[in-house]
Design a protein around this ligand. Structure first.
Ligand SMILES: Cc1cc2nc3c(=O)[nH]c(=O)nc-3n(C[C@H](O)[C@H](O)[C@H](O)COP(=O)(O)OP(=O)(O)OC[C@H]3O[C@@H](n4cnc5c(N)ncnc54)[C@H](O)[C@@H]3O)c2cc1C
Length: 416
């Protein structure tokens, strides 16, 4: 049982949470990471998926750079090469290895159900019933709280409709007709995996055509690289800037920042998916009007090229993305949530990731409206961990010195 106040409670044990913990621990802070390591990648992405990001853009971050994906692959004799996509299972195992190496004794495999302010710090309630005190809290919740489903689908019951983050083993859909809504990597890969699992997917997308990323070229001429440099976010000066200089983005007007996040790296499939999509029915320029239940399945009404048509399916998967919205941060006790100031529901963060609730920090997707598109990807984890840690050190020292956080009083037993 913990009998003291933590310096830092990190909520979420994905790439960002584990990276922040590794950096903060290296500064001597007393840290715990709450959550099941790599849970979102293990349970909320399709089995058989591959990472779209290049291996070199898929490292978790520790200050000594000892536990990179490259180091992991080298240790276990696994392929690590430009242009060779990383299977999701390998990435989950890599993340868990990183956690073992950096936070084995400081990870608590439990969900945080509430964060409330008390005595100049925070009290976190876990789903085990245990309560923990911390001087600072880092929310590294990833994409799960922000799943977006279009209003046109919400009349469907949960038995017929799933957001793409709710599906894991696509063989559950074998033999079924499945509408996949969307045109991004998630929609296109889900459709391929459905076909390969023996289902009949139909992609329904608003765009005029599907967009595909180009095949990466390992050796490019100097001129070509000058014209369009490579970065972990892709090729081109804009991607390079957003990947290399997230610290500049908070200086831009917030409307422009939102524009960047909305328009950079729009929906597109990975180059290696294109052939696999052959044989999948794709309906383009299709506006989904509404959806109802019929004969035990779903009937979708869409408008495509000026005509209305109805489509009968056995299930619908909405691969319709994620929108950052502070109202979705249900674990924050209402008075804490109300104190998080926001712009268009995206949290206002300082240049060190602190929200308007002193001591409450947010990294990962929730920070993309402040620091730009790199925060949507594993690539941003090092910048986030490196930037937030000095602020955590200062806040923990300040609050420790004030001595206002009373001694931790814990109910429940299962501290790890
Ligand atoms: C289908 C799909 C494919 C993707 N492919 C790529 C890719 O190839 N490359 C890339 O860089 N990015 C990819 N992304 C984006 C990816 O999600 C992020 O890059 C990455 O997960 C960010 O790490 P994170 O730690 O912020 O979030 P996450 O990995 O989502 O981790 C957050 C963790 O917090 C946990 N959590 C949430 N609430 C609580 C709570 N209350 N208590 C305890 N734990 C909690 C969640 O279970 C989760 O495990 C993909 C996203 C999706 C949806």
């Amino acid at each position: 049982m913990l009998t003291h106040t933590l310096d830092v409670a990190v909520v979420g044990a994905g790439p960002y949470g584990l990276s922040v913990a590794a950096y903060a621990q290296a500064e001597g802070l007393d840290v715990r990471v709450f959550g099941r390591p790599m849970n979102a990648w293990d349970r909320h992405m399709p089995v058989g998926m591959k990472l779209k990001s290049e291996p070199a853009a898929s490292h978790l971050a520790d200050p000594a750079r000892a536990y990179t994906l490259e180091a992991y692959c080298g240790l276990y004799g696994l392929e690590y090469a430009y242009g060779s996509p990383v299977p999701v299972r390998r990435f989950v195992e890599y993340g868990r290895w990183f956690q073992e190496m950096t936070s084995r004794d400081t990870t608590v495999d439990a969900e945080v159900t509430e964060v409330r302010s008390e005595g100049g710090g925070f009290v976190l309630t876990l789903n085990t019933g245990e309560q923990v005190r911390a001087r600072t809290v880092v929310l590294a919740l990833g994409f799960l709280p922000f799943a977006r489903v279009p209003a046109s689908l919400t009349a469907l019951p949960a038995s017929l409709l799933a957001h793409s983050c709710q599906v894991n083993d696509l063989s559950d859909y074998a033999g079924m007709r499945v509408a996949v809504i969307g045109a991004g990597q998630s929609a296109l890969e889900t459709a391929c995996l459905l076909k390969e699992a023996g289902a009949q997917p139909q992609v329904i997308a608003r765009g005029k055509q599907l967009r595909w990323n180009t095949v990466p070229v390992a050796r490019r001429s100097l001129l070509s690289r000058l014209r369009a440099p490579d970065s972990g976010l892709g090729t081109g000066w804009r991607s390079w800037l957003w990947a290399k200089a997230p610290s500049l983005i908070p200086f831009l007007p917030s409307s422009y920042r939102r524009h960047i996040v909305r328009t950079t790296l729009g929906p597109a499939g990975a180059w290696w998916l294109r052939e696999r999509l052959e044989g999948v029915d794709v309906l383009l320029r299709a506006k989904l009007l509404h959806a109802t239940t019929r004969d035990g399945g779903a009937e979708l009404t869409v408008k495509s090229r000026g005509h209305k048509e109805t489509i009968q399916v056995d299930a619908v998967i909405a691969a319709t993305g994620y929108t950052v919205d502070v109202r979705r941060l249900k674990l924050l006790e209402p008075s804490v949530r109300a104190a998080v100031r926001h712009v268009a529901w995206a949290p206002l963060l300082t240049r060190e990731f602190e929200s308007t609730v002193p001591g409450l920090f947010m990294v990962g997707l929730a920070s993309a409206p402040t620091f730009g598109p790199v925060m949507r990807f594993v690539l941003g984890a090092r910048f986030a961990a490196r930037t937030v840690t000095p602020a955590l050190v200062r806040a923990a020292r300040q609050r420790g010195r004030d001595g206002r956080s009373p001694q931790t009083v814990l109910s429940g037993t299962n501290e790890r």
